[in-house]
Design a protein around this ligand. Structure first.
Ligand SMILES: CC(=O)N[C@@H]1[C@@H](OP(=O)(O)OP(=O)(O)OC[C@H]2O[C@@H](n3ccc(=O)[nH]c3=O)[C@H](O)[C@@H]2O)O[C@H](CO)[C@@H](O)[C@@H]1O
Length: 372
């Protein structure tokens, strides 16, 4: 079976690289790796971390790209790639415009789609925008739905997806985390982050969600300034997303604070290393909410909605929105309770066990799948 694995952004690479690696060892699967290049620099950084080289690179990113123009380019570019390579199955991940457009292009070519990280929902079509609608539409198009958790499976069943088309396998990002943890057993992390506040506990901060642009982001910066003053012995590290709408607000507002380091985006291994040294994470990232439990680190989630209630319900995260006072209160809550944080380190990660990729590929390799 010829399997085309498609990605266009950093988190898709991180979540599909372990599938791509496992596919190499799976008899009967011929792998074609296709990058749309929806985001350029951060995608290449993630690829380098896994030593993964795309067979096809559509290189579609343009300066100041709009959603409609990007979507149109993606559908056309993906159609050409599908016609050239004629895969039997197209695999997409999550909720990006790349994933939606690739699934639609595959449908137009009558090629079945496998959707990894299926079933996440907030129930609000505009939050996250456009991801909530992207993933809902991919669920209409896909033949195989690989859900990370039970709530995601339930969401799909409630939408009328047949149970036989759903495989609950865990989130592949946990496979990626376990891969890096195994590497650290052979060779501990030795990258640049060892020099960042080497003698301090860290607080990792990330933000990039479109619905937080503007006032939300300004509130996040104000909350951070308060927390940096209130906890002078902690080191705050903030890899700033390359989106100009993030850079324009964050850089001027937060420059020159002693215990805050504004960084370029870091590679995946460094992101995990920073999480492992953190006592708290402030984030609106989906992937970091999933990874942090593997290090027993609590997250303050700076969003109005999350499609990841599992972490909140298991006590790993609190959902606080983007109000300045609520973010500060959320951070104080965790920082005041070191014993609670220690307990987290003993609990299982609710998002997966590190074996999602095997389950996905075994499902696709079943005879029923091969003849699909
Ligand atoms: C609505 C929503 O939640 N959608 C999510 C969104 O992804 P996201 O919110 O997780 O995106 P980011 O925060 O950009 O990436 C996170 C990853 O990047 C690593 N990282 C971070 C900073 C850095 O400097 N260097 C790094 O390496 C970090 O450890 C982590 O692995 O789209 C995905 C694709 O479909 C979906 O799966 C996912 O639902």
């Amino acid at each position: 079976m010829k399997l085309m694995i498609v990605f266009g952004t950093r988190p898709e690479v991180i979540k599909l690289a372990p599938v791509a690696a496992a596919a190499l060892d799976m008899p009967g699967i011929e792998r074609v790796v296709c990058s749309t290049g929806q985001h350029r620099q951060m995608l290449d950084q993630a690829l380098a971390c896994f030593g993964l080289r795309p067979d096809v690179d559509l290189d579609l990113m343009r300066a100041n790209q709009t959603l409609p123009a990007l979507t149109a380019r993606l559908i056309e570019g993906m159609t050409e790639a599908l016609q050239a390579h004629q895969p039997d199955v197209v695999m997409v991940q999550g909720d990006t415009t790349t994933a939606f457009a690739a699934a639609l292009a595959a449908f137009y070519q009558r090629i079945p789609v496998a959707h990894v990280e299926a079933g996440l929902r907030t129930g609000d079509p505009y939050s996250p925008f456009p991801e909530e609608m992207n993933r809902a539409m991919i669920s209409r198009l896909a033949r195989w739905h690989f859900t990370p958790t039970e709530p995601a499976t339930r969401n799909l069943l409630a939408e009328g997806i047949a149970a036989s088309a759903i495989t609950q396998c865990g989130n592949t990002v946990i496979d990626a985390v376990e891969l890096i943890k195994r590497q650290w057993q052979q060779r501990p992390y030795s990258g640049p982050a060892t020099a960042w506040f080497p003698d301090r506990d860290l607080v990792l901060v990330t933000t990039h969600r479109r619905e937080n642009f503007g006032q939300g982001l300004e509130n996040i910066c104000d909350a951070l300034l308060t927390l940096c003053r209130e906890y002078p012995t902690l080191g705050f590290v903030f890899p700033v997303h390359l989106n100009p709408q993030v850079q324009a607000i964050v850089r001027p507002r937060l420059a020159g604070v002693d215990n805050l380091r504004l960084l370029e985006p870091v590679d995946f291994e460094t992101s995990l290393y920073l999480q492992s040294r953190s006592v708290l994470i402030l984030t609106d990232s989906g992937g970091i909410q999933e990874e942090a439990p593997s290090f027993g680190v609590p997250c303050v989630v700076m969003r109005e909605h999350t499609e990841r209630r599992e972490g909140v319900d298991a006590g790993f995260a609190s959902l606080v929105g983007t109000d300045r006072a609520a973010i500060v209160a959320g951070a104080r809550h965790w920082l005041a309770q070191p014993a609670l944080r220690q307990q987290l380190a003993t609990r299982a990660n609710p998002y997966g066990d590190g074996r999602a990729c095997t389950r996905i590929l075994e499902t696709l390799a079943e005879p029923r799948a091969a003849s699909a």
